[in-house]
Ligand binder design. Structure first.
Ligand code: CA
Length: 227
């Protein structure tokens, strides 16, 4: 089932949204504060789209968006804005939102926008495949990695890196390419973040970190998955 997080502090608007999304076949997770939303996303890594209200009691929706993006670039984010918040739209896109819906909105409009976003981020969420490259198995539906049948705990970013690797076995990937595919093209950070995450990933998956054989370094270029 397609899971959506609905972050909205006004209970009547939230239940209006939830009822309509349920009717349209979506499973909803509800949150009334930014902290709650972030916690729910940690508990439900299979959420693919988040609807974020902007005016919230603890932090604003842009901050929530920024924090979500810091952890997982793949989730689709739609901001719920009020008509007077024209400037917010601009900021919303800069902090990594994919789309916005202006209040008041009709259920049909909202579900159409969500459906469109789902199609755009597509493929990824619809497959329930496994990529098997012994001793590793990557489950792309559950977003899990096993090595010799043992689950390896990964962050969302580490999972995304593993997926890029396992979809491109034996291919040298530049650090820029990994950054683009995992963090997204509009990520402002430094390339170093790739190295930091790969160092951590190696600690988790290599037999001997001093002599990595699964993720190998391609000097002056990037990394390669292959053994
Ligand atoms: Ca609000």
């Amino acid at each position: 089932m397609k899971k959506i997080l609905v972050l909205e502090d006004e209970a009547n608007i939230r239940s209006f949204v939830v009822i309509n999304l349920n009717r349209a076949g979506y499973e909803t997770i509800e949150a009334g504060t930014g902290e709650e939303a972030l916690e729910q996303l940690r508990l439900n890594p299979d959420v693919r789209v988040a609807l974020l209200d902007i005016m919230l009691p603890d932090m604003d929706g842009f901050e929530v968006c920024r924090r979500i993006r810091a952890g997982n670039s793949k989730i689709g984010i739609i901001m719920l804005t009020a008509r007077t918040q024209e400037m917010d739209k601009v900021t919303g896109f800069m902090t990594g939102a994919d789309d916005y819906v202006t209040k008041p909105f009709s259920p049909a409009e909202l579900t159409a926008r969500i459906d469109a976003l789902y199609r755009r981020i597509g493929g990824d969420m619809m497959d329930d495949g496994e990529i098997q490259q012994p001793p590793f198995v990557l489950n792309t539906r559950k977003r899990t990695l096993e090595k010799n049948g043992q689950r390896i705990k990964l962050t969302q970013v580490e999972y995304s890196i593993m997926r890029v690797f396992m979809e491109n076995p034996g291919k040298a990937l530049s650090r820029e390419e990994i950054l683009d595919r995992v963090w997204g093209r509009d990520y402002f950070g430094e390339l170093k973040i790739v190295d930091v995450n790969i160092r951590r990933l190696r600690l988790k998956i290599e037999d001997n970190v001093q002599n990595p054989v699964y993720i190998t370094t391609v000097w002056g270029y990037g990394y390669k998955w292959g053994f």
